[in-house]
Ligand binder design. Structure first.
Ligand code: HEM
Length: 441
């Protein structure tokens, strides 16, 4: 393994694969965005196919199939989604399980948007199917776990061959992964045949479908929403809870803004967003403070290139180091401090001159996250609803003082805050009444 550092980029040679880590946001923009005709391929296709994930947009080779399914997906990611007010009620009734409630909420929103299926109960079968597939995803794509990621030719060895354990494991996951592709789709199509066509990705795409190829693209697009969108959005929601529990003054400032703009009689909606720049700044700071996809998803070069005198061979994996960019003091002084004010002018408006962390958190160029507006809208609605109705604080130590929360992130393609506790209570009796009234509506 060699690792020459070339200032802005670091190059590693791992088992014959050249990996190039871009050291700055500018380098990522220059290569992955401005030269995106070269850097938009992926290298994970064999692993994805073996485990049954051949419909995952994020892992597809750059080409006509990717282009078609991505285009249809992009068109129907409508940020105007429904908040599940039952979630707030669950926070009232069992606040200690805030992680499970969040996971259920995000899953329910995405299944509704993708298939038009309404998830209600905690033990919903669609949520279970989606979570099982997500568990498989997290294992299959764990960096370095399987040599087949590095040596695609290994896919052709028989499963009994020493070292071919992955083949047996992948065979176990295959039916689990298939379920998320098949089961909710079959339900949505059965409902459609009965004339039930609630607004969803499936409805929009099937209305326009002109043949089996379009129908397959619709099916793939819908299945992508959960795998790509659920744990990523949930990770940021968890970061939000940790940040609020550690920063009571920031929380109070957000609540004051909500009290002024929204008032006590209703919950905030996306329509309030232009009047709530402080909440938008909190969402941005959550995305910056703890990167969800710290090394993004590698882009593969399809032709040889040159950057600042350095040769980038064809087949190189080019990695944007989001974690480092979001700590670049040129853009973000005191990067470890959670500070939404960094995005605001003295007048309280958003400052257009501060680099938006969404510019890096969602990747670059032709492979940029197609769910980014949807994710930001979901996070705004959920976070503003929580702040409007709840106080979040750190657990108390033996002396009754708030404990300091250390928010460490897990390793993996998608990174999450490690489990932590916090205290979540309705802000007042009237806030609790509002939550109960909204849940029964
Ligand atoms: C906080 C939430 C999210 C974060 C931080 C995030 C981040 C990312 C990143 C870094 C990439 C790779 C971009 C690149 O290769 O340059 C990506 C790809 C992708 N994301 Fe997201 N994402 C989020 C939410 C979502 C949501 C809600 C959806 C859909 C419902 C979604 C769908 C996708 C898809 C389909 C891809 C693959 C794009 C391709 O390879 O062409 N993401 N996301």
């Amino acid at each position: 393994m060699s690792s020459p550092s070339l200032g802005e980029i670091v190059s590693l040679n791992t088992f014959g694969t050249r990996m190039i880590v871009l050291g700055t946001h500018e380098a990522a923009v220059e290569l992955l965005e401005k030269r995106s005709s070269i850097y938009s391929d992926r290298n994970m296709t064999p692993t994805a196919e073996l485990a049954g994930f051949d419909w995952l947009i994020a892992m597809m080779r750059y080409g006509p199939r990717w282009r078609k399914i991505r285009a249809v997906f992009h068109k129907c990611m409508n940020p105007n989604m429904i908040v599940q007010y039952r979630y707030l009620l669950r926070l009232v009734e069992n606040p200690a399980k805030f992680y499970q409630h969040g996971r259920h909420l995000i899953g329910a929103i995405i299944i509704r948007v993708a298939y038009g299926i309404k998830v209600v109960g905690e033990n919903d079968k669609y949520i279970k199917i989606a979570e099982d597939a997500m568990d498989a995803f997290n294992i299959v794509f764990q960096p370095g776990r399987y040599l087949v990621q590095t040596f695609p030719s290994l896919r052709h060895i028989p499963p009994w061959f020493p070292g071919a354990k992955f083949g047996r494991e992948f065979a176990d996951w295959f039916p689990i992964v298939q379920k998320i592709h098949e089961v909710p789709w079959e339900t949505a199509i059965a409902e459609r045949l009965k004339g039930n066509t609630p607004a969803s990705i499936v409805s929009t795409l099937m209305d326009r479908a002109e043949g089996p190829e379009d129908e397959q693209a619709a099916k793939g697009a819908a299945a992508n929403a959960y795998i790509a969108g659920a744990d990523t959005t949930l990770s940021t929601l968890q970061t939000f809870f940790a940040a609020m529990a550690s920063n009571p003054l920031i929380q109070k400032c957000a609540q004051n803004a909500l009290d002024t703009i929204v008032g006590p009689d209703r919950l905030p909606t996306m329509e309030d967003k232009p009047d709530l720049p402080y909440i938008t700044a909190i969402v941005k700071e959550c995305l910056r403070w703890r990167s969800v996809v710290p090394l993004s998803v590698p882009h593969m070069a399809i032709q040889e290139d040159e950057y600042k005198g350095y040769r980038i061979p064809v087949g190189s994996l080019v990695i944007s180091n989001t974690w480092a960019y979001s700590r670049d003091t040129k853009y973000y002084p005191e990067p470890e401090t959670f500070k939404p004010e960094r995005f605001l002018l003295d007048s309280g408006e958003l400052n257009p001159d501060v680099l938006d962390p969404a510019e890096m958190a969602f990747g670059y160029g032709r492979r940029i996250c197609p769910g980014r507006f949807f994710a930001e809208a979901s996070l705004f609605t959920v976070i503003s609803s929580i702040l409007h109705t709840f106080d979040i604080s750190a657990p108390l130590d033996k002396e009754g003082k708030p404990m300091k929360l250390n928010v460490n992130m897990t390793n993996g393609v998608v990174s999450y805050p490690e489990p932590f506790e916090c205290i979540i209570r309705p802000r007042s009796a009237s806030a609790e009444a509002l939550v109960r009234a909204s849940a029964s509506g």
